[in-house]
Write a protein that binds this ligand. Structure first.
Ligand SMILES: [Zn+2]
Length: 169
């Protein structure tokens, strides 16, 4: 739930499919250009995500807190390192739908394909692989338990089984 909350904001980017599909038509749909970083990247969307976590979780306070942190980490990441290839900084209209007076952006923002994003991704992937190997939990668990098991077993076949090694020593 927390992991999904961390990517939920980008559901407002799905308009890219319609925009690309209609770009050569007489009436192109500009759903990505007009709604990305508008519909999902704001306080209202955060409250929806946190409200859903409250409704469907058993550990409600923890779920609301962690989905809120996760959602806002996404916004922070976009502000820090989400500059588009055309130089556009995709400001975050944080107070929507209540107000459009805040447009959060940072003058030092780096591009999506800049080295800090590759470095952060590399560190986090390494952590995710290590965590999956050690604790048998990977992001694939969100989609399928069996996919998670296959992934963990593949890692453990390649790098050894930390549980078996634990019992052997
Ligand atoms: Zn985003």
């Amino acid at each position: 739930m927390v992991a999904i909350a961390g990517v939920a904001a980008d559901l407002d980017g799905l308009g890219a499919i319609a925009e690309v599909a209609t770009q050569n038509s007489e009436t192109p749909l500009l759903w990505f250009s007009e709604y990305h970083h508008v519909l999902g990247h704001n306080l209202g969307a955060a409250l929806v995500v946190m409200g859903l976590a409250l409704l469907i979780s058993r550990r409600k306070l923890l779920a609301v807190l962690l989905t809120g942190v996760s959602f806002h980490l996404h916004l922070l990441g976009d502000i820090l390192g989400g500059r588009g290839p055309d130089g556009y900084d995709w400001p975050i209209p944080y107070l929507l739908p209540f107000s459009d007076s805040w447009q959060l952006a940072w003058s030092g923002q780096w591009a999506l394909n800049a080295w800090p994003n590759f470095a952060i991704t590399g560190v986090l992937l390494t952590f995710a692989f290590y965590f999956a190997w050690k604790h048998a939990i990977s992001p694939l668990e969100i989609i399928s338990d069996s996919a998670n098991t296959v992934f963990v077993n593949t890692l453990r076949n390649r790098f050894g089984n930390p549980e078996r090694d634990l019992f052997a020593s």
